[in-house]
Structures are given as C-alpha cells and as structure tokens.
Write a protein that binds this ligand. Structure first.
Ligand code: ATP
Ligand code: MG
Length: 339
C-alpha cells in the first residue's frame, strides 16, 4: 500500500476509533537496538497510549530475537512506562519468552517466496544501513517474523511509521494466504495506523533512526536535546515556512515544534515568520524539552526500580504466551496437525 492510500485509510480508521475503540486490538514493537527517539514518540508511541486510553487492547512487543547486537532486552520498558503505557491494561512482552509465537514462523515462511522477501524496500534499506558483512536469513525473513508477532494475538491495527508499510503488506499477505490455503478464517488482515508524523527526519535530514546517529532520544537531557537541535540541518532561507516537499529539513523542525506544542505546523511557521533558523530551533528545543520533562522524570524513577520493570515483563510474557498457545492450537487444527 502506498503512503497516500495508507494516510487516507488511517483517517477512516480514526473515524471508527472515535466511535468505539474497543473492537481494535493493537500490536506494535520497537527493536531494542538503541534508545527510543522522537520519531518513535510521534510516529507510533503516542498513538499506542492514546488507543490504550480510549479502550483498545494494546500489546507491545520487545522483539529481542530480532536484535543483532548484544543489548539489555528490558531497555525500552522504562520508556514505555514513562510515556503512559499501563501494564494493567497493556501487555508488554518479549519474543524470547513466547515460544508459541515463534512457532508460527514455520507455517508462515511457507506462504511467501524468497523473491517477495527480496523485493521488500524496508528490508533493502535496513540491509543497506546495517553495516553487516552479509545478509542473514534472519534479516531477510524479518517481515515474516513480524507477521507472527502481529497475528499471534490476531491484532487488527498496527500504529507504525511509514517505513513499516511494506512489512505490514507481508503480514496481510500471510494472513490472506493462510486463511485461503487452509480454508479457515483464522487471521484478520491488520491495518496500519499512521500518525501525523509518519516519517520524522533526524538531525541530518534523513529518517530519524536509532542506528543512524541522527536521533533525539526521549531519554536525552535538556542540554543534550538543545545541542542536537542546534546542529540540525536547515537551509539558507531566512523566512520560515511549512513546505515539506520543497524544504524538508526546515519543515521537519516546524512539524516537531507543532507536534510538541499541539498546534498546526502552518501556525507555528507563520508565528516564526522571518525569525530564521535560530529562532525556529529555540522554539523546537523549548517545546520538546517541555513535553519530555515529565516523561524523563518518570523514566528516571522506573530506571531506579528494575525489580518492578522486570515484573511487568514477566507478567506480560505470561499473558502473551497464553494467547499465543491458543492461536497455535487453532493453526494446527486448520493445518490438520491434531495428533
Ligand atoms: P533501527 O534503526 O534499528 O531500524 P528505528 O529507529 O528505525 O530503528 P524501529 O524499531 O525500526 O526504529 O521502529 C519502531 C517503530 O517506530 C516502527 O513502527 C517505525 O515505523 C517507527 N519509527 C521509527 N522511526 C520513525 C520515524 N523517524 N518517524 C516515524 N516513525 C518512526
Ligand atoms: Mg527501523
């Protein structure tokens, strides 16, 4: 699905969510390859909290099996709790603790061709940025693993950034093919939900990413945030405008301020007028630091209570395993594997 279509579909979905969020089951995750950043926050994290608060069922996965370097798998948990995900309502769990989820990968792999996986633009992009010598089978099959992540709990809505749209297409394909091959309506075809910042840019003007050294981390200090924003790429025009096509870097900063302030980017740009890049950056810095101050304070508290954070993960793992077991049973029944 192209981005324009996905934006339109997201608007339709928002209308349905506005009527009643309860029929939506959400699954998302962020690979623990580095600290969460503003791209995550405005691209997907904010939507998770909003959907949770509106009464949707929310699952957040820590995809530790998809991490190619050694990391502490619980690393994002204090961020999740700090932004307002509530473990009483939202299931937070890790791949490695849910064997039944991972078993779905086997039947799912049989439903897609190698050519389909090779064509996936996000996989291509990730391979290009991974600085790995060779492409592992894990990297190539990542979108199929993600299909297992999403479908194990029969999620029907996935709040993601634009880069995830090709992956989600593979999940939809797997769901469709499974249902038609085994003549059973086991899986829904989940929709992507894009936010108003489906592709936030980093300080170098390319997609803000954990692995590109261009991100503003949620956990950064106020001073560090100011320093990073001061160094962000802009252009030579003094007049500030919101024109993402023609002025991507300046517009990205305007959008960042607008999102943090809860205002329209056109109004923010109009207020800045001929103030130039320095005034724009000051506005962004103040807005982001103000938005994140309470998040950062809560995060520091959770970071001091690792026992609690671990308990949240253990409980989430158990809830996810029960659901994955039931889905795997259904899958085996549909495939005639009842012995
Ligand atoms: P990596 O560099 O390891 O790929 P990443 O920064 O791209 O990390 P992911 O864990 O791949 O982060 O993405 C987690 C979620 O956050 C996905 O839904 C993704 O679409 C979203 N996301 C990541 N970066 C951005 C961004 N710059 N703008 C909007 N959404 C984003
Ligand atoms: Mg990524």
């Amino acid at each position: 699905m192209n981005t324009e279509l996905a934006v339109r579909r997201s608007a339709e979905l928002e209308a349905l969510i506005g009527q009643d969020a309860a029929p939506f089951r959400i699954l998302t995750g962020d690979r623990p390859t580095g600290p969460l950043h503003l791209g995550h926050y405005f691209g997907t994290l904010q939507n998770r909290v909003r959907l949770q608060d509106l009464g949707a069922e929310v699952f957040v996965l820590i995809p530790d099996y998809q991490v190619l370097t050694d990391r502490d798998t619980a690393e994002h948990l204090d961020d999740y709790l700090a932004i307002g995900l509530d473990p009483a309502r939202t299931v937070i769990f890790a791949h490695s603790a849910v064997p039944a989820l991972n078993q779905l990968l086997l039947p799912f792999l049989s439903l897609v061709s190698v050519a389909e996986l090779r064509r996936n633009p996000t996989v291509k992009d990730e391979i290009a940025h991974s600085r790995q010598q060779a492409v592992s089978g894990l990297m190539l099959t990542y979108p199929v693993h993600q299909a297992a992540d999403i479908l194990f709990c029969k999620a029907n809505l996935v709040p993601v950034g634009q880069d995830q749209l090709p992956h989600l297409e593979i999940t939809r394909l797997v769901a469709r093919r499974f249902n038609s091959r085994y003549g059973a309506a086991v899986f829904p075809e989940p929709d992507a939900l894009l936010s108003s910042a489906p592709l936030l840019l980093g300080t170098d003007g390319t997609k803000m990413s954990k692995s590109r050294g261009n991100a503003i981390a949620l956990a950064a200090s106020a001073d560090e945030t100011a320093r990073l924003i001061r160094g962000a790429k802009t252009d030579a025009e003094r007049y500030i405008s919101y024109d993402p096509q023609r002025r991507p870097e300046v517009s990205n900063l305007v959008l960042l301020a607008a999102l943090a302030l809860g205002r329209s980017p056109y109004d923010v740009a109009a207020d800045l007028g001929t103030g130039g890049a320095a005034a724009l950056k000051d506005t962004v810095t103040m807005a982001v630091n103000e938005l994140l101050a309470p998040v950062r304070a809560r995060r520091a508290e959770y970071a001091r209570d690792l026992g609690y954070v671990r308990r949240v993960l253990r409980e989430g793992n158990q809830r996810a395993e029960a659901i994955a077991g039931a889905t795997l049973d259904e899958v085996r029944t549909a495939m005639g594997m009842r012995y």
